[in-house]
Ligand binder design. Sequence first.
Ligand code: 13P
Length: 251
Amino acid sequence: MRKYIIANWKMHYGPIKAGAWIRAFRRERLPKDLDIGVAIPHISFAAARSSLGRASVPWLGAQNVCWAEEGAYTGETSPGMLQELGSTFCIVGHSERRLLLGETDEMISKKVAALVHQKIQPIICIGETEVQRKKGEASKIVRAQLTSALSGLKSAQGVDIVIAYEPVWAIGSGKPCEPNDARQMHEVARDVLKKKFGKDGETMRVIYGGSVDVRTVHEYVSTTAIDGVLVGGASLDPRAFGLVCRAASPA
Ligand code: 13P
């Protein structure tokens, strides 16, 4: 399975800086055996696409979506609109949205179903807080969040759903989860996927996010149960993100 290396800029880079990032990143020497994407603010798609020109790397994706296709949802962006923007994937249920912006399990499951219906690949974020981990509840939380996020789907409808295990305590903290601990949570996620989707669930990617950088990326992607990484802070500089991509695939 080709490993995913996905940048999440979060709320950084409007059109001007996004265009400059893409132009600089296009100068990076990138491994051919990885799938590389960048999740950008909606407002920056047009600039990023025009800076990308005919280049097919990186893929562009969104960081959020509304579950409805149209209507009275002031300020929201629908899956169909994401498609028009050229978004090949969309992050859903990031812990920052859950914790800071009031996103609930129910909203997340509706968003996942809407994206799958529109054939946009969801990258569904799940992960426990530090308190939950200390209480020994990490597996329970991961299982419950993922089961709920998938509850609006009967099948994957041909969409290659991606799960991102992002323990909340590892995000932006400089304290990444040990690959072995991450592996255990990935196995929990894999079990949920297989029970839900049967054979299709065996090949969906389960990636890791939380303080991944140039020093740690290879340890994750060389672990069989970890199908890639979601990179926040270390993706903000295009050269640094190029280094992360090369470190992921030192060959
Ligand atoms: P950091 O890499 O900055 O810890 O962020 C991880 C993340 O939240 C990616 O979605």
